[in-house]
Design a protein around this ligand. Structure first.
Ligand code: ATP
Ligand code: MG
Length: 475
């Protein structure tokens, strides 16, 4: 650890603070990660004086290429030096009001500053003063909590969470990311204070939720969210997935835990946040589509269509982006059953072609999601599915090489159709265009201009259209 603090950047801060005769410390997440042997490049510096003044002096010493930002209103400064990002702040004491997570701030001691921190493992400080350089200052025994993998608040957790309810989400994020446990009193306090989360902006809640989703095993976080009651408030649609029902001795799987299994499976293969969101939402409409059919059992007919329709609204409510990321998630939810349907039936070329056409560049992600969706207690069943799944993959590869259908456009465009039959944009153009696409996807005609052109002429004739004079090959 001390080795790491020999880095010139710490020496520089230490010297500068000494010249100002102000005690200085490195604190918070950086110290935590350093002790966990995962040193980061984000440094938080606390000085018993002005953070802005210290930052200015450090910036001067580094030289003219330093980029520094000063936030006078907050009394903080941010400085970039090589790939380090250093924040400077004066030690502070905080007090809170009921209706806001923004504290009233005044100057304080180092201990005041450590008390305002969210968890004991985030309140650790290392002295950067020359005579005590490298000494750990740990008033809340955070070092033991680090060893024992415990998330605990430095003060009474009811006060810590009520003051700034975002800390409840942070507790769960750290527990999930670091594979830690939330201390029992702390956990109970989250349960008691869950309603307070409502004073936190949706954006901030979602940012923490995404942090949980990006953990190596995100299901851990969702289970805690469910047990504490926070999930019901921030994401009720997911809670609706929970539970099983029995009729005539027939039950269905608990879709909440199934979803978490799929999510962990995907997380094991990809860091793509949006693919992980697709896993979370793939069965989201199962509660609304659930019907018990005698002799057949439980069905969730068209849950993929209904689920895809729910995606924009969920994204809007959670302040997730409403751009191509949302459309990607929507598409994967809509198509998530398609590869498995291929597995269950005889795989025809045309079914594979259609899937390639509809999934486009997202075919690999779709296949990953679909494979992750194969969860069952029955090992035989899984084995059989995976074997067939492999066949579908091979078939996809073959047809893709042969037909190049990814992001494909039919070889005869609407423009050619209009010119050939002397049409303005109208319904008939759409009919012909559709018919050409369908014929190619069904394998009735080959995927080339000549065949598509000949087919277009026939379709036009069926609609009573005449070719425009002089129109021939319009390539
Ligand atoms: P990471 O950067 O991995 O999210 P971190 O602990 O560095 O983890 P930051 O949000 O960067 O988290 O915050 C830096 C430090 O500031 C924390 O370690 C903690 O001491 C303190 N802190 C941040 N947010 C809060 C909060 N809401 N309440 C109390 N202390 C906080
Ligand atoms: Mg940080």
């Amino acid at each position: 650890m001390k080795q790491y603090l020999k880095h010139p950047v710490f020496q520089l801060i230490s010297e500068t603070a000494e010249e100002m005769q102000k005690p200085v410390y490195v604190i918070g997440g950086f110290v935590r990660d350093l002790l966990l042997n995962q040193p980061s490049k984000d440094i938080d510096i606390v000085v018993l004086g002005s953070g802005i003044e210290l930052a200015k002096k450090v910036a001067e010493k580094i030289g003219k290429h330093t980029k520094a930002k000063y936030f006078k209103n907050f009394g903080t400064a941010m400085l970039r030096y090589k790939d380090w990002q250093i924040e400077f702040v004066g030690a502070r004491k905080e007090s809170y009001r009921k209706d806001s997570r923004k504290p009233i701030v005044e100057d304080g001691t180092l201990e005041d500053d450590q008390k305002r921190r969210d968890f004991t493992i985030n309140a650790l400080a290392i002295n950067l003063q020359k005579e005590k350089y490298g000494e750990l200052i740990d008033p809340f025994n955070g070092i033991d909590d680090l060893k024992n993998k415990i998330i605990r608040t430095p003060l009474n957790p009811d006060i810590t969470f009520s003051d700034d309810p975002l800390r409840m989400m942070r507790a769960i994020r750290f527990a999930t990311r670091l594979n830690f446990f939330i201390d029992t009193d702390c956990f109970k306090a989250i349960k008691r204070n869950k309603e307070r989360i409502k004073i936190v902006s949706k954006e901030r809640i979602t940012e923490e939720l995404n942090g949980i989703i990006l953990a190596p095993e995100p299901s851990r976080g969702f289970k805690i969210l469910l047990e504490t009651g926070l999930l019901e408030i921030i994401f009720p649609q997911m809670v609706d997935l929970q539970g099983t029902e029995f009729i005539d001795g027939k039950g269905h799987k608990d879709n909440f835990y199934h979803t978490l299994e799929v999510l962990d499976n995907v997380a094991g293969k990809s860091d793509n946040l949006w693919l992980r969101w697709a896993a979370i939402l793939h069965d989201i409409a199962k509660p609304q589509t659930k019907i018990f059919v005698p002799d057949i059992g439980w069905t969730f007919h068209a849950h993929e269509f209904k689920g895809a329709k729910m995606v924009p609204e969920i994204f809007r409510k959670m302040k997730l982006p409403l751009n191509e990321k949302m459309r990607y998630v929507k598409k994967l939810v809509l198509l998530h059953l398609r590869p498995i349907t291929l597995v269950e039936n005889i795989v025809t070329d045309s079914a594979v072609r259609r899937l390639l056409f509809e999934a486009g560049d997202d075919i690999d992600d779709l296949m990953m999601l679909c494979k992750a969706d194969i969860t069952s207690k029955n090992q035989q069943k899984i084995k059989r599915y995976l074997k067939n799944f492999k066949l579908v993959r091979e078939k996809l590869k073959d047809i893709e090489e042969k037909d190049k259908l990814r992001n494909w456009q039919p070889p005869v465009s609407g423009d050619v159709i209009m010119k050939t039959f002397n049409l303005k944009p109208c319904h008939k153009v759409g009919i012909i265009k559709n018919a050409i696409r369908e014929a190619i996807l069904d394998g009735e005609i080959n995927n080339n201009y000549e065949d598509a052109y000949a087919f277009m002429i026939k379709e036009g004739e069926k609609l009573g259209l005449k070719m425009a004079e002089g129109s021939k090959d319009l390539r």
